[in-house]
Design a protein around this ligand. Structure first.
Ligand code: FAM
Length: 433
């Protein structure tokens, strides 16, 4: 049975659960919330449902119930490679089933049949100013393909709630299959003297991406690892939430993903990985072009905080311990690039920053997040244009958010519309005269 048939069975089996919860248990209370949560970005208010991943504050992310280590061990891999097929991971995110190698290869073949990027996408990218941020180019490339949307055609032909997931799935898969070429094209056009490399469709998602970037193995495995690690972080983060919110208006996957990527481009979210790298470069440069002493580094961290800036790559809205995505990338560095100078600085920051942030007393989570490690690996493999790092994050994040909105349509989730209040109303509730 192919991915789409398996997905259909899963959807049919899941629907009664959602219907039962809504019809029979709709009045059950999930919790209470406070003025602080209302003003403070909705932290901790349980108002979203997703089965694609769950983020435990202490343990970190689980994709479909599996830890990162379990995903990397259990999912099928290309021969001789250390990390799984990204296409097999898409199967897993959508269905919750670990695919066999044969099932993963079916998805590899399906992606290839959808991979051709329309010429007008390249024309639009070429017409944009070359100094545009790569995230703006990336988000625009997806938005401009909206005319291809099968969901949009389905809606215009007469919308049916029960079958709406089908064309959402088609759009999601069409988009994902094209992302490696779009991302690599932006990179080569903008940073490598406008020398795009033609795709090699004999390769899988990660392999073809590395090939089009012009970076040799093991960068293909770095790409597989990176896309899987960045795919999903439950649904309340800015990129996932935005994608979900826009899709809840029955906007198609092109409109929704493009919007989500614009959220990812913010410095408190995905852009943090570029900020981490530029900041580490600054540490390196200002502290003598070598691995600094601990004392110098401590002073530099305090100077950063005292200037009113945050320590990029540290802290998290939900996590309260070291991000396992950080740990996973750290293990990669320890294995493949232990002597790299930037990695040594990252490791030293890990030794001192949590203590400094605790003493500083503001951040609820003094531990590193995913962004604190990822740029260093890219730099090591020659991808030194750190403006581009969030695009890599975006390619990975697309898998999670598109799996989510496919299921949103399958389960008929409602248009999102939380209620707002005025400050005067809050003052009244608080008893302020
Ligand atoms: N350095 C200095 N101060 C920090 C800090 C950090 N790394 N993290 C949080 N704080 C401050 C924060 O600015 C706030 O100060 P004010 O009360 O003056 O506004 C205070 O600590 C309480 O914040 P919080 O409740 O601990 O964090 P939030 O949930 O509000 O924000 C982050 C979470 C991630 C936006 C925040 O920790 C941050 O700005 N970190 C640095 C940027 C970063 O690494 N972002 C990437 C996050 C990553 F997971 C991703 O999405 N890609």
């Amino acid at each position: 049975m192919g991915l789409k048939e398996v997905l259909k069975q899963k959807i049919d089996a899941h629907r009664p659960r959602t219907t039962k919860l809504l019809k029979e248990f709709g009045n059950v209370k999930l919790g209470e919330y406070t003025i602080e949560q209302c003003i403070g970005g909705g932290r901790g208010i349980k108002s979203l449902v997703t089965d694609i991943s769950y983020l435990d504050p202490m343990e970190g992310i689980r994709f479909r119930g599996l830890t990162i280590d379990e995903v990397m061990t259990k999912l099928p891999k290309p021969d001789g490679k250390d990390y799984p097929y990204v296409e097999g991971f898409w199967y897993f995110l959508l269905t919750g089933d670990v695919p066999t190698k044969e099932q993963a290869l079916e998805v590899v073949a399906d992606f290839k049949s959808r991979a051709q990027v329309p010429q007008y996408v390249f024309d639009v990218l070429r017409a944009m100013p070359r100094d545009e941020h790569p995230m703006t180019l990336f988000s625009t490339a997806i938005l401009v393909m909206q005319r291809e949307s099968k969901f949009c055609k389905f809606y215009n032909a007469g919308f049916n709630k029960m079958t709406a997931w089908d064309s959402m799935y088609e759009d999601a898969t069409d988009i994902l299959a094209k992302l490696p070429e779009i991302a690599a094209y932006i990179y080569r056009m903008k940073y490598k003297g406008d020398t795009p490399i033609a795709p090699d469709y004999s390769l899988d998602f990660g392999g073809n991406f590395a090939h089009m970037m012009g970076i040799k193995p093991p960068y293909d495995d770095v790409a597989r690892m990176y896309f899987i690690l960045h795919s999903d972080h439950e649904s309340g983060n800015v990129s996932a939430h935005t994608t979900h919110l826009v899709a809840s208006a029955l906007s198609d996957a092109y409109l929704s993903l493009s919007a989500g990527l614009n959220g990812l481009a913010g410095p408190l979210h995905g852009l943090a990985n570029q900020e981490v790298l530029s900041w580490i470069q600054e540490v390196y440069r200002k502290l003598g072009g070598k691995v600094p002493t601990k004392e110098d580094l401590v002073k530099f961290l305090w100077d950063t905080l005292n200037s009113g800036a945050v320590i990029p790559g540290y802290g998290h809205a939900v996590l309260r311990k070291t991000d396992p995505r950080y740990t996973s990338q750290r293990e990669y560095c320890l294995k493949y690039m232990p002597d790299d100078e930037l990695f040594k600085i990252v490791s030293m920051i890990y030794e001192v920053a949590p203590g400094i942030l605790q003493e500083h007393g503001k951040a609820k989570n003094p531990w590193p997040n995913v962004d604190s490690q990822s740029g260093v690996i890219q730099w090591y493999y020659g991808l030194t244009e750190y403006d581009f790092y969030t695009v890599l994050f975006g390619v990975g994040r697309a898998f999670g958010v598109l799996a989510n909105i496919t299921w949103d349509r399958a389960l008929g989730y409602a248009i999102e519309r939380p209620k707002s209040v005025t400050t005067a109303m809050l003052e009244e509730v608080a008893g302020i005269k």
